[in-house]
Design a protein around this ligand. Structure first.
Ligand SMILES: NC(=O)c1ccc[n+]([C@@H]2O[C@H](COP(=O)([O-])OP(=O)(O)OC[C@H]3O[C@@H](n4cnc5c(N)ncnc54)[C@H](O)[C@@H]3O)[C@@H](O)[C@H]2O)c1
Length: 494
């Protein structure tokens, strides 16, 4: 349980993040001093806080009287000395290590020995900034998400030097602001950005191998995985150049971890000036009048099995759900039969020893999935292609044809998300519940990786990763020790 929240809060930098954080501070009842070195930026920040308070009152999120009282708690200043007396100062200045370190020296000067300095950096090691403060043990990371008044999550990051008092004060401040704090150890991307890395990185890998196009991968992730946005749309929104820089910083900070290698495809897009929405062209073309992509289709209605016989000869959550679904769609379901349809889980279709079969992949829970991926070989019988399409359409799924690989598209992305989470948990970067809260609240994932591993089964995840590792010979697919251990013990990773 966190201790008392600060009564007086300082916020340094009145930009997008600083103004949002100041709004949260005044609403939480803290006397809030918003400082910016540039008077125009300060004025814009003050207006942004006032607008946020007014709009919230108009929408009924708080009363007009509360908005007035909150506005009264705000002091906007271009004088650093006014930060004196603040128990907590949150730094939200531009993402430049030299600038942040200089500010830490200044804040230490006016704040006294006990002031806790929290940095909102999204990519710089907090440990590398802490040393600039007079008391490095009083430096902590407080990673808010954009926009702070709407995004519920705050990562509280412990640098190598951070003391428990600083962590508790930052946690209490976040809770008083109505945020959900999660704890993370310092390291590349902290907990949330690190655990989210496979979302983009594995998608780029799939594209490079030409397993599917960006449009297909995005559609599969939205309709098959329930994600709000596909990875390529997201890269376009964030900026492909920004993503590329983040990838390079992960690579550098980890001394070349294979999972975190930047993609040559990103580098090529940056070189071409195709940076995403901001340049009118990225993975999609935004130059026209209409939307950059077609609306997603609705899945077909389930039904039409008409008593036809289908054998589903496998065990595990997926096979059980498929049998139940086939039964509900009117098929006569049995266990044994010839393999005309092969699940591409632990191996690709090519490696399965069923040259005339069709491959498929879908992740449980099936009632939250609208799409099944199919794959075929040059040797696949046409009859099995038709059978696969008929069967999954009758089960109420859309179909996307992709190229052969263990896990196909969604299985690869989700298994790598689970794998990264297992590495992070195993390395003590964060707790399982915090990993899931982080990806659900900070990245809008439909469920966190620990919950995915429970829905899919740890065995299934490990089998897919081992299949990829064996077929690709790429160290990025080596399974996290914690995942292998969980599978051996029949235990969850959480
Ligand atoms: N924007 C995001 O999505 C996001 C999300 C999480 C974290 N962050 C991090 O938050 C920090 C701020 O980002 P932002 O998007 O709000 O930037 P921003 O450019 O909108 O705001 C930065 C503010 O700092 C002010 N500033 C510049 N030099 C200063 C100085 N010496 N002293 C005081 N103020 C100074 C600028 O005038 C500006 O108002 C960065 O570290 C960034 O990485 C940003």
């Amino acid at each position: 349980m966190a201790g008392a929240a600060p009564r007086r809060l300082g916020v340094v930098g009145a930009g997008t993040m600083g103004a949002g954080i100041a709004q949260l501070g005044v609403l939480a009842g803290m006397e809030t001093v918003l400082y910016d070195a540039f008077p125009e930026a300060l004025e814009r920040g003050r207006e942004r806080v006032a607008d946020g308070l007014r709009k919230g009152a108009e929408r009924g999120r708080w009363s007009a009287a509360d908005a007035d009282a909150a506005r009264g708690r705000l002091t906007a200043t271009a004088e650093l000395a006014e930060l004196g007396g603040c128990e907590l100062v949150i730094e939200a200045a531009p993402e430049r290590p030299d600038l942040k370190r200089e500010l830490f020296v200044q804040i230490s000067g006016v704040g006294g020995d006990d002031v806790v300095i929290a940095t909102n950096t999204s990519s710089i090691l907090v440990t590398s900034l802490a040393g600039a403060a007079a008391r490095p043990e009083n430096v902590v990371g407080m990673h808010f998400f954009n926009p702070p008044p709407l995004m519920e999550l705050v990562e509280i990051i412990a640098a190598e030097q951070t003391c428990e008092r600083a962590l508790e004060l930052a946690t209490a401040a976040a809770e008083a602001m109505g945020r959900r704090p999660i704890r993370a150890q310092d390291g590349p991307g902290f907990l949330v950005n690190r655990c989210n890395r496979p979302f983009g990185a594995e998608s780029l890998r799939l594209l490079q191998e030409r397993v599917a196009t960006p449009e297909q991968i995005d559609r599969i992730v939205r309709l098959g995985g329930g994600f709000r946005m596909g990875p390529f749309e997201l890269m376009d929104l964030v900026g492909i150049d920004v993503g590329y820089e983040v990838a390079r910083s992960f690579d550098e900070q980890s001394f070349g971890e294979p999972r975190w290698k930047p993609s040559p495809l990103q580098a090529r897009m940056v070189a071409a000036g195709r940076l995403g929405r901001k340049t009118g062209r990225g993975w999609y073309d935004y130059s026209g009048e209409g939307r950059h992509r077609a609306d997603d289709p609705m899945p077909p209605r389930m039904g039409g099995g008409n008593g036809r016989r289908v054998a589903i000869d496998a065990r595990g959550p997926l096979a059980d759900e498929l049998r139940a679904r086939a039964d509900a769609a009117g098929f006569d379901v049995t266990f044994d039969g010839p393999s005309q349809l092969v699940a591409c889980t632990q191996q690709s279709l090519a490696q399965s020893g069923s040259p005339s079969a069709c491959g498929f992949h879908v992740l449980p829970p099936l009632d939250e999935t609208g799409l099944v991926e199919l794959t075929r070989l040059p040797t696949t019988a046409e009859e099995n292609v038709r059978l696969a399409e008929d069967f999954f359409t009758a089960l109420g799924f859309l179909i996307e044809w992709v190229q052969d690989a263990p896990g196909l598209v969604l299985g690869r992305i989700v298994c790598q998300l689970v794998n990264e989470a297992a590495f992070a948990i195993g390395e003590g970067i964060g707790a399982p519940a915090d990993v899931d809260a982080g990806l659900e609240l900070g990245m809008n994932h439909p469920r966190g990786p620990v919950a995915w591993s429970e829905a899919i089964g740890v065995d299934h995840v490990l089998a897919t990763l081992d299949g990829l590792h064996a077929e690709r010979g790429d160290e990025r697919y080596r399974a996290a020790p914690l995942l292998r251990r969980a599978a051996a013990l029949g235990a969850p990773i959480g």
